[in-house]
Design a protein around this ligand. Sequence first.
Ligand SMILES: [Zn+2]
Length: 218
Amino acid sequence: MQKLIEGLHHFQSTVFGNQRELFERLAQGQSPETLFITCADSRIDPCLLTNSQPGELFILRNAGNLVPPYGAVRGGEAASIEFAVAGLGVKDVVVCGHSHCGAMKGLLAPPPADEFPALTEWLSHAEATKRIMRDKYCEHDATQKLNIAIQENVLAQLENLRTHPAVASALSQGRLRLHGWVYKIETGEVFGYDPDARQFILLTQRPAAAQTLRRVEI
Ligand SMILES: [Zn+2]
């Protein structure tokens, strides 16, 4: 905790002072253009990754970057999505998974339900991912399975996102775009799903030179 307190001192004495105008403006309201849904994993920093400033990303985080289908739970996810899309009018929604995701490891090799009852129930929102992995990728080794599950889960959660009325409405009006990303911790690379190529493609390269995250089509 001492490190956090020292961090607060640094923020107030250095960071805040340098950006006082920004924070004063943000106190008047927010108008982020992107809803960024990602895992709670401590190794992901959405603002660092995207070079975003305070006020630019509306961030929703949980274990496994899951989006429960609308009506499945009365949780904070649905409320946050509704507010971001219908209230703030974000133009883009990003669902960002990441390499070495503990939640996806737990999906493929479930922990004891009596020890992790809440986690077990939560991961049921990735049941489609689990089923796809079982039915389509059973021949792959454990490392490949984890990487594929991370990608398939991003796509499954994008489908869940479409069940939210505010999202469905904004999509039908053409004022919202959905994006599936995967962040590779060890290289800093971010791959985006290309529906035409049916693959995740490195976002920072030109399409002609694009690298795919893996060769398996999904
Ligand atoms: Zn994770």
